[in-house]
Design a protein around this ligand. Sequence first.
Ligand SMILES: *Cc1c(COP(=O)(O)O)cnc(C)c1O
Length: 444
Amino acid sequence: MQSSEEYHKRIFSALEQADKEVYELITKEYERWQNTLQLIAAENQCSMGVLAALGSVMQNKTAEGYPGARLHGGCEVVDEAEKLAVARAKEAFGAKYVNVQPHAGTTANQIVLTALLQSGDKILSLGLHQGGHFSHGSNVSFAGKYFDVENYYVDRQTFLLDYDVIREQATKFQPKLIICGASAYARTIDFKKFREIADEAGAYLLADISHLSGLVIAGAHPSPVDRAHFTTTSTYKPGGPRGGLIIMGKDYDQRISVGTESMALWQLIEKTTFPGMQGTPYFNNIAAKAVFFKETLCTEYRDRQFKIVENARRLAESLVDLGYDVLTGGTDNYMILVNVANFREGLTGIVAQKCLEDCGIVINMSRLPYDKKGPMVTSGMRLGTPIVTKNGMGSEEMESISTLVDVVLRRVEIIGDTEYRIDESFKDETRGRIKELCSKFPMC
Ligand SMILES: *Cc1c(COP(=O)(O)O)cnc(C)c1O
């Protein structure tokens, strides 16, 4: 009999034999990742253990339902894997209930919304172009189609959430659900205040901590788990496999009436996940989540979350020193939002993204609150430090990164909103410098 180890070692050579094209694309992606600077805040880099679980035989199992209550046979092993993932995630977040089945962060939000709301019910959430996520009720997503959504905004001057204004809005609008959490907001979110506002308005509170969950696990950002009724997150942003989670704290067994039935909130989430919104969970993904949550329980992971924030603060500071307009003046998490239009006249987010990418620095443009430019142009860029920190970079490298970003953004010749020129020799030279910097911090 061949051992599991033998089998899995053959995976990569099997791919090379079966499909040279995809094998080469994977090799190219590895090289792109290794030889350029990864500063996209919405990305992270999982461990080899997580990758191995994703590429394992767990992927083959079909088993709808929950451990001990499946619709298919042969589930004794995947039941153990799911129970392990749940137990570790509960420990990581100090939670009463965790559902590890959602296929993505967006799906986790869809499940909570579908569980709680009837079509036409009211949601109050942060606007998409203010740092919110489209799954929070934007009219480009399913939620905007079925629910009555009103947005709150950040302050025009400070770019901070103003809880008094949100409170007033909630009192007037009387939403059934308030959503907090963001994709582009660099400061601490006060979940306690959000809960007070929700209680006053008679609303449920959903905290989407996709970008904060690693920091929350480590204690580097306050936890919403016992504040919000529901907490959701993607699992790749804190450094695990792709996928989503629904987490519940002290309100997990609060009763809710659904038609003529009464049930606990966690039961409603459970049945809305399956069979409400999904079929078979991805067991390779659930096994990978278990591996990831084991990692999060170690001090190495927890210490790193603080280091990620420290690096982000250093990078923000050094950009400010170079004359950049960093929104809110810095960051409390790993995200740095920069108004590039205020740095050089005519410079847009898309030109910054493209010319930096040409030179080996991978960031993304970001539509800023009250941005005059459209979503495909924008006036902003967003940088994040999880990956460079994972690969061992520290304060000195943050200085080098800001210098490199600055050299490129000063050098680029701006032709229009989306057009620019950058000379080839400068591009090659910068790429070379970045490759050399990255080679000292190999992917781990
Ligand atoms: C990234 C993000 C998501 C989406 O997660 P996916 O797994 O990519 O669907 C949801 N909410 C917020 C706030 C996010 O930043």
